[in-house]
Design a protein around this ligand. Structure first.
Ligand code: B12
Length: 461
């Protein structure tokens, strides 16, 4: 298929203008953050208003089948497809263009049956199917009854942050249900002896030895999530052979290139701040431990939420009533502007394989640096005794406390990045906040850290 790539952050006017010009079989939209899924909704509504009937294929990390099925399909007047991955996208295109001899389609006769069923009732795919290539096209047409479909249909999709967030918590919610502002506390117990901050305020750090960061790369997330080398229906032996013979040599080569050409510039800002909780708020004090500097307000699990424990991030910090002053670390890490520029150049030059390899490495390096520095923070607080020896267990929160990023299910308010910027001043390491509260360069991530042993990922709403 010929793809006309319009690039990121395109307005619906620009998309429809390009549509008039190129007369495509379908419009594709991708959304990494929840905010972009809301823009997709607006775009579909505008397409309705303007009676544009070009089919649409939607994909991206923040999107899920349930949202597409329950919220978007009922509102859109034309054909809408949810693509869990690029293969789903191809299947959707085959469906649209009726390409019967597609190798993807020919792979498995079973699939034919699923496809017909899906096209008939608008159900968006086989949620229990552990396959990848060859999955049924996730085509849906407008229908009356929303179906409750698992968002994450495959353990292999639980990569990176999601591997830690877990199947339940990884589900990004586009809307809160129930009252998440009530202040009925959870039964999280106070920590008997609070750790001491090594300093108050923030520090800038530059890491020149990239091998230290590479040691913290989640290879499952990189190989399966970024590079899309999924096991699917292959046997473990077959898959390990592919990893050993194809993936690992590529991994070694791209790390060497990134290092040799100085394409990754690892920097971070981190800091410790005195704090106390009050209801759903976390109060950050000035260094005098008395004067209020700012406060974060976190949502609390609604009382009616299934399996609720009334959890709220604030509960993991010493309360005002306790009279104790707690410490909250924050950090923001980046792999630098060059990583974004080099990725963009590879993309522009149509060097897609190299792009996928390098971009994947660069974003997972950002996550690795965050993991690595979270460990340093635990060491500085003297709470690293519970750290797992195996780095792969660290990726599944094998340590005391948690590292929450704004935009995660427990602290979905991405606007809180503004307050984090006020505290850490990451402009010092060349990181800026966009109007949509995204970090620039892209290969950056931020976090609020709790040392509380009970602090683990959870979902609100
Ligand atoms: C890796 C990752 C990161 C990396 C890299 C991000 C990046 N730019 O690529 C890092 C560590 C930098 C990062 C940072 C952040 N992240 Co992050 N991240 C992820 C993670 C784990 C995987 C995303 C990814 O790269 N996947 C691999 C790529 C190849 O897959 P993909 O984008 O999904 O695309 C595939 C399909 O979706 C499909 N597809 C996509 N688009 C389209 C379009 C069409 C037409 C078709 C056919 C198919 C298709 O095809 C692709 C190939 O299969 C997701 C969770 C998840 N599992 O999805 C969270 C996630 C996207 N991140 C999230 C958040 C909150 C953040 C931060 C804001 C956290 C923070 N406070 O720092 C920052 C923002 C960074 C910034 N620059 O502003 C949230 C977003 C939810 C929200 N609230 O909006 C997620 C969903 C995690 C979660 N469950 O909360 N993140």
């Amino acid at each position: 298929y010929k793809v006309v790539n319009l690039g990121i952050k395109q307005t619906i006017d620009a998309i429809l203008e390009a549509c008039d010009e190129h007369k495509p079989d379908a419009i594709g939209m991708s959304g990494l953050l929840v905010k972009s899924t809301l823009v997709m909704r607006d775009n579909l509504e505008i397409m309705n208003e303007r009676a544009v009937s070009t089919p649409v294929v939607l994909g991206g990390a923040a999107l899920n089948r349930r949202y597409v099925d329950n919220d978007l399909i009922p509102l859109f007047n034309s054909k809408l497809f949810y693509a869990r991955d690029a293969f789903d996208g191809l299947n959707a295109m085959d469906e649209l263009t009726q390409k019967e001899d597609s190798p993807l389609r020919r792979r498995d006769g079973e699939k034919e049956k699923s496809k017909t069923a899906i096209a008939g009732n608008g159900n968006a795919g086989n949620a229990d199917d552990p396959g990848n290539a060859g999955d049924p096209p996730a085509m849906s047409v407008k229908r009356e009854q929303p179906v409750n479909i698992q968002t994450v249909s495959d353990e292999e999709d639980l990569v990176g942050e999601d591997a830690k967030l877990g199947r339940q918590a990884a589900r990004v919610s586009t809307k809160q249900t129930g009252d998440s502002t009530h202040t009925t506390k959870s039964d999280v117990q106070p920590v008997a002896e609070l750790p001491t901050a090594p300093f108050y305020g923030s520090k800038v750090v530059e890491i020149t030895d990239l091998t230290k960061i590479f040691d913290f790369i989640n290879e499952t997330a990189l190989f399966k999530g970024q590079w899309q080398y999924k096991q699917g229906r292959k046997s473990p032996e077959e898959y390990h052979k592919i990893v050993a013979e194809t993936v690992l040599p590529k991994y070694k080569a791209i790390k060497a290139k990134a290092t040799r050409d100085k394409l990754l510039e690892a920097k971070l800002v981190y800091g410790y701040y005195p704090c106390q909780s009050e209801g759903n708020d976390l109060i950050i004090f000035e260094d005098d431990e008395k004067t209020e500097r700012m406060r974060f307000t976190f949502p609390r699990q609604p009382k009616e939420q299934r399996g609720t424990k009334n959890l709220c991030l604030a509960d993991f910090f010493a309360s005002k009533e306790s009279g104790k002053i707690d410490v909250v670390p924050f950090h923001l890490v980046t792999m630098g502007r060059k990583a974004s520029e080099h990725s963009a150049k590879l993309f522009k030059d149509d060097d897609y394989t190299e792009y996928l390899l390098f971009h994947g490495l660069s974003v997972e390096s950002a996550e690795a640096l965050a993991e690595m520095w979270h460990q340093r923070i635990r060491q500085e607080l003297g709470i690293d005794g519970d750290d797992a020896d195996d780095v792969n267990k660290l990726f599944k929160q094998g340590y005391r406390g948690s590292r929450f990023s704004f935009g995660y299910p427990a602290c979905p308010n991405i606007e809180d990045q503004t307050k984090l910027f006020e505290l850490l001043k990451p402009e010092r390491i060349g990181v800026a906040l966009t109007d949509e509260f995204m970090l620039e360069p892209e290969q950056s991530t931020s976090a609020i850290i709790s040392h509380h042993p009970e602090a683990k990922y959870f979902n609100v709403g």
